[in-house]
Design a protein around this ligand. Structure first.
Ligand SMILES: *Cc1c(COP(=O)(O)O)cnc(C)c1O
Length: 228
């Protein structure tokens, strides 16, 4: 069996290759290891191998792991859907939140961000396939939302995030990522420096289109255990 350290190394090599093909600086893409449903022991193994950014989707599970790993210098990203009754704990226990897609959620996170902590880094989740069923703000409504969120002092609006439909080859995978990059460029907001896009199966396409942060789960930790 391949160890987490070995798989992490392989993912980093994939990133370096993609950065090279895209003509981008080696190591310029931040790797967030998505540890949802994985036990704390796996996070510790990745930490031992040098990994510092971790992404979690389920709040209660994440809080339990954070308590267990309290001594380690981890940077926690909340990447799951955000219900309004969860915002207080998210605002207090994470450095990044990637799935903000409504003003109400942003306002709650802003009000509830503890004053002793720096502003919460936020990415707006964009629905780049424009399917009514999926979460994410529409491209049409994005500029208005960004304009409101950027004014909230407890938040630092860092950029955009998307989860496109899986599948397809490189050429097809690049299309939604390109759409997200163009949406960020169109906002002309200098402080927004982050494109959170790319997962285990499409990280190369995402890096080719300018991803600055990829969220990688199964390629590092293996298949996810079924959630209890
Ligand atoms: C689970 C998850 C990932 C990681 O997916 P993999 O395909 O395992 O790399 C990335 N982003 C989000 C929002 C997720 O929920």
């Amino acid at each position: 069996m391949t160890s987490i350290a070995e798989r992490l190394q392989l993912v980093k090599q994939r990133l370096l290759c993609a950065e090279a093909s895209a003509g981008r600086t080696p190591g310029s893409v931040t790797l967030v290891a998505v540890s949802k449903t994985q036990p704390t022991s796996c996070i510790r193994e990745a930490w031992d191998a040098g990994q510092r950014h971790f992404g979690e989707s389920y709040l209660q599970e994440a809080l339990a792991k954070q308590a267990e790993l309290a001594g380690l210098d981890l940077i926690w990203h909340f990447i799951g859907p955000i219900q309004s009754n969860k915002t207080r704990l998210i605002a207090g226990h994470f450095e990044w939140v990637h799935g903000v897609d409504r003003l109400k959620i942003a306002e709650r996170l802003n009000e509830q961000r503890p004053e002793n902590l720096p502003p919460l880094n936020v990415c707006l989740q964009v629905n780049i396939s424009d399917e009514a069923s999926k979460s994410g703000v529409s491209l049409a409504e994005l500029p208005a939302l960004a304009e409101q969120v950027v004014r909230l002092p407890g938040l630092k609006l860092r950029g955009l995030m998307a989860i496109p439909e899986p599948g397809g080859g490189m050429d097809r995978q690049r299309i939604p990522f390109r759409r997200l990059r163009l949406a960020l460029e169109a906002l002309h907001a200098p402080g927004m420096d982050t494109l959170s896009m790319g997962m285990s199966d499409d990280l190369e396409a995402a890096v080719m289109e300018g991803a600055t942060l990829v969220r990688i789960g199964s390629a590092i930790f293996g298949a996810r255990p079924v959630r209890m």
